[in-house]
Design a binder for this molecule. Sequence first.
Ligand SMILES: *[C@@H]1O[C@H](CO)[C@@H](O)[C@H](O)[C@H]1NC(C)=O
Ligand SMILES: *[C@@H]1O[C@H](CO)[C@@H](O)[C@H](O)[C@H]1NC(C)=O
Ligand SMILES: *[C@@H]1O[C@H](CO)[C@@H](O)[C@H](O)[C@H]1NC(C)=O
Ligand SMILES: *[C@@H]1O[C@H](CO)[C@@H](O)[C@H](O)[C@H]1NC(C)=O
Ligand SMILES: *[C@@H]1O[C@H](CO)[C@@H](O)[C@H](O)[C@H]1NC(C)=O
Ligand SMILES: *[C@@H]1O[C@H](CO)[C@@H](O)[C@H](O)[C@H]1NC(C)=O
Ligand SMILES: *[C@@H]1O[C@H](CO)[C@@H](O)[C@H](O)[C@H]1NC(C)=O
Ligand SMILES: *[C@@H]1O[C@H](CO)[C@@H](O)[C@H](O)[C@H]1NC(C)=O
Ligand SMILES: *[C@@H]1O[C@H](CO)[C@@H](O)[C@H](O)[C@H]1NC(C)=O
Length: 675
Amino acid sequence: MHVGSWITALLPLGAAAGTFKRQSNTSEYQLQKGPLDTDWTEQVGTSPWPEYPRPQLARSEWKNLNGVWQYQNATGSELETPPFGKDLSKSVLVPFCLESALSGIMGTRTIYSWYRTHFDVDSEWIDSEKRVLLNFGAVDWQTSVFVNGKFAGNHTGGYFHFAFDVTDLVNTNGTNELVVWTYDPTNEAGKMIPLGKQRLNPDHINYTPCSGIWQTVWLESTGREYITQLDIDAKANGELNITVHSASGGQGNSSTGSSSTGSFEITIHSQGTEGVALQETGSTNAPTLFKVDSPKVWSPDSPNLYNVTVKLGSDTVYSYTGFRTVSKGVVNGLPRPLLNGEFEFLFGPLDQGYWPDGLHSPPSYEAMVSDLKAVKEVGFNMVRKHIKVEPGLFYQACDQLGLMVVQDMPAMPTYSSPPAEPCAPGPVVEPQQQQEFERELALMIEQLKSYPSIITWVIYNEGWGQNREDRATDERLTALVHSLDPTRLIDTVSGWYDHGAGDFHDNHHYAFPQCGTPFWGGLSGPYDPSRIGFQGEFGGIGQNVSIEHLWNVKQAIDQINQTYELADSEDAWNWRIHATFMDLLRQVEAFSCSGAVYTQTTDVEGEVNGLLTYDRRINRMDKEQWRSDIGDLYQAARERGTVPDGDGDTASPKEKRHFPKRVAPVSDEFGMRSM
Ligand SMILES: *[C@@H]1O[C@H](CO)[C@@H](O)[C@H](O)[C@H]1NC(C)=O
Ligand SMILES: *[C@@H]1O[C@H](CO)[C@@H](O)[C@H](O)[C@H]1NC(C)=O
Ligand SMILES: *[C@@H]1O[C@H](CO)[C@@H](O)[C@H](O)[C@H]1NC(C)=O
Ligand SMILES: *[C@@H]1O[C@H](CO)[C@@H](O)[C@H](O)[C@H]1NC(C)=O
Ligand SMILES: *[C@@H]1O[C@H](CO)[C@@H](O)[C@H](O)[C@H]1NC(C)=O
Ligand SMILES: *[C@@H]1O[C@H](CO)[C@@H](O)[C@H](O)[C@H]1NC(C)=O
Ligand SMILES: *[C@@H]1O[C@H](CO)[C@@H](O)[C@H](O)[C@H]1NC(C)=O
Ligand SMILES: *[C@@H]1O[C@H](CO)[C@@H](O)[C@H](O)[C@H]1NC(C)=O
Ligand SMILES: *[C@@H]1O[C@H](CO)[C@@H](O)[C@H](O)[C@H]1NC(C)=O
């Protein structure tokens, strides 16, 4: 068996890891031919995602279980009779959504599923001073896990990692059988779960669903008392607030993280320079404050990170942090988001994170990061991660590249699919569904809150899953998010039904923006000058491409004509977006616009409005033009000032409106552009 070390964590594992020997009753794994592939599809092989998956809580002793497993479509009643000791009919490549070509299944209506594989445990891992954890990066939506015929645990929530202490269930004298049950109703009639853009019947803006295991599955060896989570908040002034959560072997499971107080050792050093920045001890399961003198702060321009090593008894974990402070303040009379005390104009694309070959699962780490590099390359400083939660390595890449993240909560569906009309109110959210939404919202914040790049939480996208008449729920959820994480800003409602809660007044307006402007259209109402003016979505300009770059599904192609605007050529597309950027620039100069989100990073299924096509083979951007336009936007924002007024940290309601000195006709600006 292969035990990854910290170094080999970066290298592909041997084909043996997690690979299930084909049995006569199980059909062989076969990559399917999907409606579209990428340059990475064929490179995936049968040992996908070999990287250690949880960069903020990494251990050296681990074993990747990704690879070919057995799979069988099931019915709801079968959970009572798990297929212990029995072959399942098909082979699946873990960790790819059952609907994806890479999974080898490319199924539809994979509501109930069985997975089965075998694994070995190194005899060195079994010792009275050690525990064995079985980890899942994410499984959509409910999971029950059995090891050697015994129940190991269950979990609900399609976007979150979880772990079970399986020490008492595994043996080292032979192989272990792992059986996993998953249930994912997506938006079946009567169901309402956090699911983002997944729909059983995709329509233009909603996509093919993702069911089952979609992130890495792995085993690891820990000390008897072990670290379950590190909550780290590191501020620009060097203050480091850390809670080391721990659990004790034999007591409950690793998602509980509660145990008696133990003593940990922490070592921090800059990734850029030699020498230790801090070496201290503290007590587990309570916040501890440390101070690092004059840290090199994290920002999009200089994404300085610090390695953090925490030792608890015989358990050692590797993590990292970045020192930065997110706040809001009044700058030249306007409410602004501040990074490290200065106004930072937030500009980036709407980032859906969908892949034609893997759907929710990027085909590889390299593929995933290539999207972020394309965004960073033209000068964006942010991405809005749209109603999806990504693998930990995505956020680490944002931390490393210097891309701030506006993180959305995956929405519940608002309307039955396909919608009669986009804004029609959907089915009522039942109290238990609302309760589950709130539980998963809290889980998202608990799991992501130590990534320095995340600067803002978004609770609702437009009216999706939101009670449109109910101001009290918006206010209560804003207070809940603030209590879970007081260190970031909150965009309670991105677009549509604004009830006054949160730090932003966020308008969606296609194609041209209306960002903190004294004119408006749509459902968000007039700009509220007491909050930060933000354009949560604009643009969406499309450009159709030839069939080999399209998601080759009739429904998707038939709906391309629902794009807000289509440009005839790449040149026309660039010209048109330049026009929207210059309009935004005027608004930055004249009004209260603190940031904007351009729709979107890539084409997705029937949407052809990406900076990149869905297969990532065409980058539509005239990079020089984009870099120049984006640079001009930051410059315009800088000219409105960066340093907050006085020490006030709340927005003044008496905003002075600055009207432009000149309003040039739009055509002046564009005459020089080539077509
Ligand atoms: C294989 O299939 C046969 C016929 O369906 C069945 O009798 C047998 O139990 C199966 N073997 C395993 C290991 O599942
Ligand atoms: C799974 O079973 C359901 C219900 O019988 C069926 O609708 C669906 O097509 C099946 N999916 C696969 C991938 O076999
Ligand atoms: C693990 O702990 C969580 C949180 O307390 C709980 O919801 C879950 O049921 C526990 N699982 C097991 C297998 O004990
Ligand atoms: C999870 O497991 C517990 C037993 O630990 C059981 O009571 C509960 O019904 C299970 N939940 C689901 C959704 O399977
Ligand atoms: C392996 O060890 C377990 C106890 O850990 C025992 O129950 C089982 O019989 C052993 N199996 C073999 C094949 O020796
Ligand atoms: C440290 O973080 C915890 C949450 O993890 C919070 O409750 C506490 O107030 C923070 N302490 C300081 C001084 O910021
Ligand atoms: C920081 O940690 C990473 C991952 O553990 C390691 O590759 C790197 O060498 C470390 N850098 C320093 C300066 O220790
Ligand atoms: C988009 O292009 C495809 C072929 O690549 C074509 O079938 C489809 O009709 C076009 N749609 C629109 C709205 O231009
Ligand atoms: C879009 O194209 C489809 C399929 O060709 C057609 O049925 C529909 O009427 C068109 N819609 C619009 C708004 O043009």
